[in-house]
Design a binder for this molecule. Structure first.
Ligand SMILES: Cc1cc2nc3c(=O)[nH]c(=O)nc-3n(C[C@H](O)[C@H](O)[C@H](O)COP(=O)(O)OP(=O)(O)OC[C@H]3O[C@@H](n4cnc5c(N)ncnc54)[C@H](O)[C@@H]3O)c2cc1C
Length: 440
């Protein structure tokens, strides 16, 4: 077991998880404090970052992950923070150090043994994973969209099914081409619309042995409406759009078992599907449950105060999907969304500096700017919230622009205005040069 020893007297700020929130935080801290006022380290088990809300596009093949991903090492070197490749699996609060699992390569050979990363201030931003709620067969037969690798596996599987059916002139076993998506929240809806688009693009690129209508897309939701928690008007507008696309929406159907051939629901229905995706709720990664004696809830999230410090340790902060942060105005918890992770990264950025200079810490207040659901090229629906606006439902082009602006905010936090403008220009060129769908 090795331990990194630091000879510097600068405070060590360690961020675990370089996602929507963690990478923005590491970049801002690196730029303002890195190497001079503090040593900033970012730990992630992946070598590259992709903004998680893009994963359904990677899964459908309408976005090539290589084009929108960023190498942590490159981001670290241009923003004065240190990138540590590793997977956190424990916490030693007495000695203020994070335990990292041994790092192995694809062949299972150990490259780096288990080790510890010391910290003075720690931020945990490890996001969330799908919650299967213990439903039988989900772990064995469903695919998930938690990581880029999983999204790529899904894309490869869909392409395989299409190639196979195309080669035999569209003849396939019942359900072999069908896709069942469990969870009628934003992820499930966005994935189903992207798949609809992807299937038509594959035909346009010559895989025309299969009629697009031969591939049925089922969206299964336990509640009586799509997007539970959002106003009924939005879920109705979404349902109308999905019905127009021919996506088969099953409402009020709670899945109680998944098998190799399909999905069984509590109402006794069976939906045949070779490919099943589980997108019904989240939990924080299991290793966080009770980690280092910190307070965690039933879905493994670290319970935090309004300052985003964990309840039992003022030197440990948590943000994003893995944090259970109260939303007092609504008497509920802040929802697991990219906009919350972005806002919380901004507040932790200030609070870490306040803590280093012994000033009072600020409280986090979630600002809900609304929720938007992208139906690929077909439409975008959702609501906007604001003090002046109240709550306004939007749809179509304006909604699409607002939806895209959330990703632009993330890019701005990582690259600054000039590089984001360059990226936008290069994106336009790339779109004209490459196929509109990943074909390999
Ligand atoms: C398909 C899809 C579509 C979505 N669409 C939207 C949307 O339209 N709008 C919206 O607001 N939200 C959306 N979300 C939710 C949004 O992606 C999350 O709320 C957001 O990414 C949370 O940010 P985060 O920083 O907490 O975690 P993440 O962005 O998930 O980042 C977590 C990071 O931690 C790393 N990590 C995890 N475990 C460890 C470990 N043990 N050690 C080291 N590193 C670790 C991971 O590699 C990752 O880089 C969507 C999610 C999905 C899956």
């Amino acid at each position: 077991m090795t331990e990194e020893k630091s000879t510097s007297v600068r405070p060590k700020i360690v961020i675990v998880g370089g996602g929507a929130g963690g990478l923005e935080l590491a970049t801002r801290l690196g730029k303002s404090l890195g190497g001079r006022k503090a040593d900033i380290s970012l730990i992630d088990y992946s070598r590259t970052h992709i903004w998680k809300p893009l994963l359904h596009e990677v899964a459908a093949g309408t976005l090539d992950s290589y084009e929108d991903q960023l190498a942590y090492l490159a981001q670290a070197s241009s923003n004065r923070f240190n990138f540590v490749l590793g997977r956190m699996n424990g916490l030693d609060r007495d000695n203020k150090r994070v335990r990292l699992a041994a790092l192995t390569n694809a062949a299972g050979i150990e490259i780096i043994p288990e080790r510890y990363q010391p910290y003075d201030l720690l931020v945990i931003a490890v996001g969330s994973i799908c919650n299967d709620f213990g439903v039988k067969g989900v772990a064995d037969y469903c695919m998930f969209l938690d990581t880029t690798e999983q999204a790529e596996q899904f894309q490869a599987r869909m392409l395989e099914a299409f190639l196979r059916a195309s080669a035999v002139g569209g003849k396939s076993e019942p359900g072999q081409l069908d896709i069942a998506i469990v969870g009628g929240g934003a992820t499930g809806i966005e994935l189903s619309a992207q798949l609809h688009q992807a299937i038509r693009l594959l035909k346009a690129y010559g895989l025309d042995g299969v009629e697009p209508t031969a591939m049925r897309i089922h969206l299964i939701e336990a509640a009586e409406q799509l997007l539970p928690g959002l106003p009924a008007r939005i879920s109705e507008a979404t349902l109308t759009q999905l019905a127009r696309l021919g996506i088969e929406v099953h409402l009020g159907e709670r899945v109680n078992e998944v098998t190799a051939s399909g999905v069984h629901t509590q109402n006794g229905h069976f939906i045949p599907a070779y490919t099943k995706v589980w997108a019904a709720g989240i939990k924080a990664p299991d290793f966080l449950a009770g980690i280092g004696g910190l307070e965690t809830n039933q879905i493994n999230q670290l319970v935090v105060r309004q300052t985003l410090q964990t309840t039992r340790d003022e030197d440990i902060f948590a943000l994003g999907d893995c944090a259970a942060c109260p939303w007092p105005e609504k008497n509920m918890m802040v929802p697991p969304r990219a906009q919350a992770a972005h806002q919380q990264a901004n507040l932790v950025y200030e609070n870490l500096q306040n803590k280093l200079s012994n000033q009072d810490l600020r409280d986090y207040r979630y600002r809900d700017y609304g929720s938007l659901v992208s139906l690929g090229k077909y439409s975008t629906v959702g609501n906007l919230m604001g003090y002046l606006l109240g709550q306004v439902m939007i749809e179509g082009f304006i909604a699409r622009l607002v939806y895209l602006s959330l990703y632009k905010l993330h890019q701005l936090a990582l690259f600054g205005t000039f590089r984001v403008a360059l990226l936008a220009v290069s994106h336009v060129f790339r779109r004209t040069l490459r196929p509109r769908i990943k074909l390999h």
